[in-house]
Design a protein around this ligand. Structure first.
Ligand SMILES: [Zn+2]
Length: 254
């Protein structure tokens, strides 16, 4: 069984018909799809896919959307409460100071809010972070003092050893996708090896329809390409059992 721990079925790049085909293909190939939400609208779309037994969904506000929330936290918690039995992750959430420096304040506020919800509802966080790895780990570490947080660093591309060691020490998850297959990712592959040798927790994802792995780089990405990512990592590490522990009880549903 393969699990794509982070993708976007509700993304507008996929037509309705295409989504159905993706779900069917994944069912045939024994692949579980974890589809993230970037705002309340695509969460609504994702909700419909929970009728398929190989689709799990995330509930979150992407850092690019943070400034559009206008402190409307009530609506967020109300939605979470109402659909909590259908939600497996809080995601996609996080901080992006690389692309959206100007909304830093709003991003931090909403991210902290979701970290709080993660403690309260005991849900893993699927985290996007770019140019803000230190800030993300600082916030997580702060909350981790109250309760053990299940944090997944989605699309992990940092080669900063301080960040890597912090994630290792806190027993959080490193999640790798298409980037690990790119020719120029030698430094990242060294980090992957380092994490593996340190017995860190490693997960695979596609982030589809974005960041397509080789040899399809440049084309549209699909959740079933997670097999490419998984096989690539397994070959690189010479170990097919590198995914040691899963953050959610998925087996009972599948
Ligand atoms: Zn994503």
């Amino acid at each position: 069984m393969y699990i794509d721990f982070h993708c976007h079925l509700a993304d507008e790049q996929y037509r309705e018909q295409e989504i159905q085909e993706i779900i069917d293909t994944c069912q045939k190939e024994n692949i579980i799809i974890c589809s993230m939400s970037t705002d309340l609208n695509d969460f609504k779309k994702n909700l419909e896919y929970t009728k398929y037994n190989n689709v799990l969904i995330g509930f979150g506000i992407h850092p690019y959307e943070a400034h559009k929330i206008n402190k409307n936290y009530e609506k967020i918690e109300e939605t979470l409460k109402k659909y909590k039995d259908k939600i497996s992750f809080l995601g996609e959430v996080g901080l992006d100071f690389y692309k959206m420096e100007e909304t830093k304040k709003e991003q931090i506020e909403i991210f902290e809010y979701f970290v709080n919800l993660s403690c309260e509802y005991d849900l893993p966080l699927s985290i996007h972070t770019r140019g803000a790895e230190r800030e993300v780990s600082e916030i997580l570490t702060k909350y981790q003092k109250q309760k053990k947080i299940k944090a997944i660093f989605h699309c992990f591309t940092s080669t900063d050893k301080i960040i890597v060691n912090t994630i290792l020490e806190n027993d959080w998850y490193f999640e790798f996708g298409g980037v690990i297959t790119f020719k120029k990712s030698n430094e990242l592959r060294n980090i992957l090896k380092y994490i593996y040798e340190a017995k860190g927790k490693i997960l695979c994802e596609t982030d589809s329809p974005y960041i397509t792995p080789e040899p399809y780089r440049g084309q549209k990405n699909y959740p079933y390409y997670v097999k490419i990512v998984y096989d690539f990592i397994a070959n690189f590490l010479n170990d097919r059992s590198f995914i040691k522990q899963l953050p959610i009880e998925i087996y009972e549903r599948y």
